[in-house]
Design a protein around this ligand. Structure first.
Ligand code: ADE
Length: 252
């Protein structure tokens, strides 16, 4: 997959793209990331990329000409089918959108700064706006990194052990469960017995139940969206029985 990123601050992204799983994915050519600076597509002596907003108001707005020129320069190598502007007013990023975008052959990510971009860029060449959450950052660079890292985990070969992707929070619509490693007992806190039992079927069932338990407690909205299996319904009934039992113990 190829991702072109348009940014006035490539230095923010460069070091992150060199490290860990992302760095390895790029080195192994599972993912190609190309950074382009719209400032290189300006025509004036000052290399101007922004200007004051028509109608007045605070801040500066990124200009049309360098952004159109920078995006159109990618035409030979990028289909421009998905040109994504990172913006707090965009569609909220979730794992479904990550999976959808990971299917594309190429993407363009546009990182804006200042008060945003001239609306004609959004109307004329951007296809999607994506937000990483309901808060405002100073620019789209960190959101672009978030998106790139989430997408990279979905690409074949990036995560050696696919099972670890399948147990990620949200991958199967549930939150991830608690994990343990040696030692078996630490400061009088012990690992759940079932994990030490070597009984694979019991462990699988326990993990599914724990995933349902934690999701029910913290994000019941995710359970509502889930297609429940017969086993899930049994496990949810067990959780409900456990809950009413503890309630009775507290208020006999
Ligand atoms: N740019 C600034 N804030 C952002 C956010 N929350 N998501 C995506 N892009 C942004």
């Amino acid at each position: 997959m190829r991702i072109d990123v348009l940014t006035l601050f490539p230095e923010i992204l460069e070091p992150v793209l060199k490290e860990s799983l992302l760095g390895k994915a790029i080195e192994e050519e599972l993912l190609e990331i190309v950074l382009t600076n719209p400032r290189d597509f300006t025509q004036d002596r000052h290399r101007t990329v922004d200007d004051t907003p028509y109608g007045g108001g605070a801040g500066m707005v990124m200009k049309c000409e360098p952004l159109f020129a920078a995006i159109e320069s990618l035409k030979d190598r990028n289909s421009l089918k998905r040109v994504i502007h990172l913006s707090p007013r965009g569609r909220r990023l979730d794992q479904d959108l990550v999976k959808e975008l990971a299917q594309e052959k190429d993407l363009v990510l546009l990182c804006s700064r200042y008060e945003g971009v001239d609306e004609r860029v959004v109307e004329g060449i951007v296809t999607d706006e994506v937000s990483i959450g309901d808060y405002v950052l100073s620019g789209g660079e960190v959101p672009a990194l978030v998106l790139i890292e989430a997408i990279s985990r979905m690409l074949p070969g990036v995560i050696g052990d696919w099972e670890s992707v399948e147990t990620d929070s949200f991958f199967n619509g549930l939150l991830g469960i608690a994990q343990y490693t040696r030692p078996q007992t630490f400061r009088e806190m012990s690992v759940p017995d079932v994990l030490m039992s070597g009984h694979h079927e019991a462990i699988r069932r326990w993990r599914r139940k724990e995933a349902l338990r934690v999701t029910l407690q913290r994000r019941p909205d995710l359970i509502d969206k889930l297609v429940l299996t017969k086993e899930d319904n049994e496990l949810l009934a067990e959780l409900e029985a456990e809950r009413s039992r503890t309630e009775k113990e507290i208020q006999p």
